[in-house]
Ligand binder design. Structure first.
Ligand code: CA
Length: 609
C-alpha cells in the first residue's frame, strides 16, 4: 500500500457545479467549507510497476496550443517544460501527475504554417516555439522525469519555402530542359519529383513548364526519396536530433513516401530504421500509416517498431464502437488477438501503437450522444489504455475536450482552466507542484482560424478536484496500465465462457521469463498450448513473474447500461482464490467480488489477478 501526502486544497467557489465563466466570484478561505476543492485520493490502489522499455504511455503534444510561457498566446517549448509535472513528475510514488512516460511533439522545426508539417529547416526550432537551447533544456527535464521524447519527422515533403525547393525552382525557371550538367549545377532539382507531364498529385511550378509532385497540398512538395543525396540529408537530420537527446521519431505520412507502392515504402522504411538504429540502437520509431491494418501490419516487415493502430481509432473505430455499446467487448479482445498474431508474423519485436484520437480527428467528446455520454468518453479512453504496445493519448483527450470540423478546431488550446481556479486562488494550494499544474495564466489562443466553440466538460482546474471527472478516470486508467506491465506487453486471449452480449472477458498474459515456481507456471502460448482455458489447468491467475509481476490478469468489461453478475469459476483459469485487483468505474458504483461471483457495474472495467 502506498502512502501519499497531498495538500488538501480549500477554495470556496460561489457556484461550484456550474462555475465556468471567467468572472465567477472566487474567494479563498482557511476553512474546509462547502464545495471545497480537495485532490481525490484512492489509497486502495496497488503500487505501480513501471518498466523502462518501449511499451510506454505517450502523450501527444501540439506545442502551439499547449502552454504559452511568454505571453504571445502561442504555446512554446518553455511552456511544455513548465508543465512537465502534469505529465510525469518523475516520482512513481506521487499521484499528482498523469503517469505518461513519453511525449510526442508534433513538428517543432521552422515552418510557414501554424501546424508546421511543411518544414523549411530540419535542424532548427521554429522561433514561435523558442530556441534550440529551450529544446535542450526541455529534453533534459523530460529525461530527469523518465519521460522519453519523440519528435515528428516529416520526410514525405518539405515546404515550398525550403531552400532546397527554392533553389530547384529558381533553376527550372531559367532552364527549360535539364541535362547532364543539372546535377552538378543544382542537385536540388533531383531532391523533388519534377516532370513536364501533368499528372494526378502534381502541381504546376509557376512561371515554368514544369510540374512537381505534391500529394497533400501545393505548399508541400514531395521529396524524391530514391535520391541518395536526399537519404544522406535524412541521415544527417536524424543524427542531429539524436545528438540533441531525442529518443525517437514519429514518421509522418509513411503511405505517401511512395504513393500506392507498399513495397517501396517498406524498402525505404527498412533503410530509415537501419539508419536511425545505427545512430541509437535504443531509438523508438512509430509510423503514421493512415490505412487499414492489413497494410500497416505488413509495414512491420521494415523493422520500424510501431505503427499507429488506426483500425481501433476515431469515431468509427473499434474503441468507439465498444464504448458506444455497438460492438461486443469480446470482439475487442478478438480483434486485439488477431492483430497481435498478424503483426508478430512480420516482426517478433513489433510494438503496437494504439491510440484513440489524434490531431487529425474529431475529438472524442463529440462521438457520443444521449444517456451515458460521459461514461462512454471515459470507457473509450480506458479501452485504448488496455491495449498492448505503446499507447498514445492526444493532449486534452484526458479532459474530454471537444473539437471537430476544420483541423484547427481539433487542435484547440489545452484547457488548463476556465477561470474557476485562477492564479490568485491557486495561492490557496499548498503544493507547489499542483500550483504549477493548475496555473492557467499561459493558456494559448489556439490556431488563428479556429472557430469559436464551447467545451462540454470543465477545464483541469475543476476536473483535478472532482473524483468522478474524465481527467481522474484517465489518470486511474493510466495507473492501471502502469500497475500491470503484462497489459502493455502481454498477448490477449479472449475468454468466451465468461462473455456475453455486453460483457467481455480476456486474459493478458506473458509467457516469456519463467518464474522459479515453474511447476505452476502454466501460461503458455496460444498455439495449441495451455493458458488455463480448460479443466486440466490448475490456475492461470495468481502466478507471478520476476520481471512482469503478474504473469496473467483477467480483464472484464461491461459496456451495457446495467450491472452484471458473473461466476468467474466458469473459467478454469480463475483458480481457487481470485482477487479483484483494480476497479475502473465510470460512476459511483463499485465492483465487488465474493468468492468467484463478480458484480460489475454498468460501464465498468475490472482486473482480476
Ligand atoms: Ca509563446
Amino acid at each position: 500500500m502506498r502512502k501519499r501526502a497531498l495538500a488538501a486544497i480549500t477554495l470556496l467557489c460561489a457556484v461550484l457545479a456550474g462555475c465556468s465563466s471567467n468572472d465567477a466570484e472566487i474567494e479563498t478561505t482557511e476553512n474546509n467549507v462547502e464545495g471545497a476543492f480537495t485532490v481525490p485520493e484512492d489509497e486502495s490502489l496497488p503500487p505501480v510497476h513501471v518498466l523502462d522499455d518501449k511499451y510506454r504511455t505517450t502523450y501527444e503534444i501540439f506545442v502551439y496550443s499547449f502552454y504559452d510561457s511568454d505571453g504571445d498566446g502561442i504555446g512554446d517549448l518553455n511552456g511544455v517544460r513548465q508543465k512537465l509535472d502534469y505529465i510525469n513528475d518523475g516520482d512513481d510514488k506521487t499521484s499528482t501527475d498523469l503517469g505518461c512516460n513519453a511525449i510526442w511533439l508534433m513538428p517543432i522545426c521552422p515552418s510557414p504554417t501554424y501546424h508546421k508539417y511543411d518544414v523549411t529547416d530540419y535542424k532548427d526550432i521554429d522561433p514561435e516555439y523558442g530556441t534550440m537551447s529551450d529544446f535542450e533544456e526541455m529534453v533534459k527535464e523530460c529525461h530527469r522525469r523518465g519521460i522519453k521524447v519523440y519528435t515528428d519527422l516529416v520526410l514525405n515533403h518539405t515546404s515550398t519555402e525550403h531552400p532546397w525547393f527554392k533553389e530547384a525552382k529558381e533553376y527550372l525557371k531559367n532552364h527549360t530542359d535539364i541535362d547532364s550538367k543539372t546535377e552538378e549545377e543544382c542537385p536540388y532539382v533531383y531532391y523533388y519529383n519534377f516532370t513536364k507531364e501533368q499528372q494526378t498529385g502534381y502541381e504546376r511550378l509557376n512561371g515554368t513548364e514544369w510540374y512537381y509532385e505534391a500529394r497533400f497540398w501545393s505548399g508541400m512538395p514531395d521529396l524524391n526519396l530514391d535520391n541518395e543525396k536526399v537519404r544522406a540529408e535524412i541521415s544527417d537530420i536524424t543524427q542531429f536530433w539524436t545528438d540533441k537527446g531525442v529518443d525517437g521519431f514519429r514518421l509522418d505520412a509513411v503511405t505517401s513516401y511512395y504513393t500506392n507502392d507498399n513495397e517501396k515504402n517498406i524498402e525505404f522504411m527498412t533503410w530509415l530504421n537501419d539508419t536511425v538504429k545505427a545512430q541509437n540502437e535504443d531509438a523508438y520509431i512509430v509510423g503514421e500509416a493512415w490505412t487499414n491494418s492489413s497494410i500497416y501490419g505488413s509495414y512491420y516487415a521494415s523493422g520500424i517498431d510501431s505503427f499507429f493502430d488506426f483500425d481501433f481509432s476515431g469515431s468509427e473505430g473499434t474503441i468507439a464502437a465498444v464504448a458506444r455499446g455497438k460492438k461486443q467487448p469480446l470482439l475487442f479482445a478478438k480483434e486485439m488477438q488477431e492483430e497481435e498474431k498478424a503483426y508478430a508474423s512480420y516482426n517478433d519485436f513489433y510494438v503496437n501503437a494504439p491510440f484513440y484520437t489524434n490531431h487529425d480527428m474529431a475529438r472524442s467528446a463529440g462521438y457520443f450522444t444521449g444517456r451515458g455520454t460521459e461514461q462512454k468518453v471515459k470507457m473509450a479512453g480506458a479501452l485504448n489504455l488496455l491495449m498492448g504496445g505503446n499507447a498514445f493519448i492526444y493532449y486534452g483527450e484526458e479532459l474530454g475536450m471537444k473539437g471537430s470540423g476544420k483541423d484547427e478546431n481539433k487542435r484547440a488550446p489545452m484547457q488548463w482552466g476556465n477561470g474557476v481556479v485562477n492564479s490568485d486562488s491557486a495561492d490557496a494550494v499548498e503544493s507547489e507542484k499542483i500550483k504549477i499544474i493548475l496555473d492557467a495564466s499561459g493558456m494559448t489562443n489556439g490556431p488563428k482560424d479556429m472557430e469559436k466553440f464551447d467545451m462540454i466538460y470543465h477545464g483541469l482546474d475543476q476536473q483535478l478536484f472532482d473524483k468522478t471527472s474524465i481527467y481522474n478516470y484517465y489518470k486511474k486508467a493510466i495507473r492501471l496500465r502502469n500497475t500491470y506491465p503484462v497489459i502493455a506487453r502481454g498477448n490477449t486471449q479472449p475468454v468466451e465462457v465468461l462473455s456475453e452480449d455486453k460483457l467481455g472477458a480476456f486474459v493478458k498474459y506473458k509467457n516469456s521469463g519463467l518464474s522459479s515456481n515453474s511447476e505452476d507456471y502454466i501460461i503458455l502460448d496460444e498455439e495449441g498450448n495451455n493458458i488455463g482455458m480448460n479443466g486440466s489447468v490448475k490456475s492461470a491467475l495468481g502466478i507471478t513473474d520476476p520481471y512482469y509481476g503478474e504473469a496473467a490478469v483477467l480483464v472484464v468489461i461491461n459496456n451495457g447500461d446495467e450491472a452484471k453478475v458473473i461466476d468467474l469459476s466458469k473459467w478454469s483459469g480463475t483458480g481457487d482464490d481470485p482477487e479483484l485487483s483494480f476497479d475502473l468505474e465510470t460512476g459511483d458504483e463499485a465492483a465487488s467480488l465474493e468468492g468467484t461471483n463478480l458484480t460489475i457495474p454498468s460501464y465498468g472495467i475490472v482486473v482480476i489477478k
